[in-house]
Write a protein that binds this ligand. Structure first.
Ligand SMILES: [Zn+2]
Length: 230
């Protein structure tokens, strides 16, 4: 009986609690990855969960693993990022991903092309993967607030890595740049001016390294605004 009344109490409190927190109608969990999605409207979970799972798989190979659950808030719009139209963003203070739904992006024509290709589900999943990489970076880096260039490097590498190889190849050809070279500085300034080229330079650099896991450790511990390429 005591257990029953406690259960009733808990139910009552959570019902009451939900009355005072009207922002999100509910949270849905991905079945096989530690990701929960909060949305005021019903949302297609498959692309979100698949996109997140692909990022987790990719980054786990370099020792970057989730420490706690990753929260994704589905929003109607995302504010601009470095003057570029953004599809998603990571809220450092709240530790949450803000992302438009695939439906919303299509309906509002928030984006029609990405990297010179028609925007589709594969791109959407890669955008989810990009934001999940930011979340994992924040969970694993002691200096995550200061190091946007390091984070964006890893987020863009993840975004391109999870795409099918033939898609990625077209993106690399479209960007027309080569990998970051020894002595370069990977900077936010470059990223703000040329995000597509920043993504491709980072992917080519990362995939050409003999010990990428060591470089990921460098990224996670960078204390500056830029990353110097050794
Ligand atoms: Zn980013």
């Amino acid at each position: 009986m005591e257990r029953l009344s406690r259960t009733l109490q808990t139910t009552l409190f959570s019902l009451l609690g939900s009355c005072f927190t009207p922002v999100w109608a509910g949270a849905e969990h991905c079945s096989d990855v530690p990701v929960q999605v909060h949305s005021a409207h019903p949302v297609e979970m498959e692309d979100l969960c698949q996109g997140a799972a692909s990022a987790l798989r990719f980054l786990e190979a370099y020792g970057v693993k989730p420490i706690r659950i990753i929260d994704i808030d589905i929003v109607d719009s995302v504010s601009e990022h470095y003057g570029n139209k953004a599809l998603g963003s990571y809220d450092v203070d709240k530790g949450r991903i803000l992302l438009m739904s695939m439906q919303e992006m299509t309906d509002t024509r928030a984006v029609s092309t990405l990297y010179g290709q028609a925007f589709d589900r594969l791109h959407y999943r890669s955008v989810v993967a990009h934001e999940v990489a930011h979340a994992l970076f924040h969970q694993n880096s002691p200096k995550a607030r200061l190091t946007n260039a390091a984070q964006e490097y890893l987020a863009y590498v993840t975004q391109l890595a999870v795409l099918p190889a033939e898609r990625r190849q077209l993106i690399i050809e479209h960007a027309g740049v080569s990998a970051w070279e020894s002595g370069d500085s990977i900077s936010e300034v470059y990223m703000a001016m040329a995000p597509e080229q920043f993504a491709v330079k980072s992917y080519l650099h990362f995939s050409g390294m003999t010990d990428p896991a060591a470089f990921v450790r460098v990224l996670l511990n960078v204390k500056w605004f830029y990353v110097y390429v050794p």
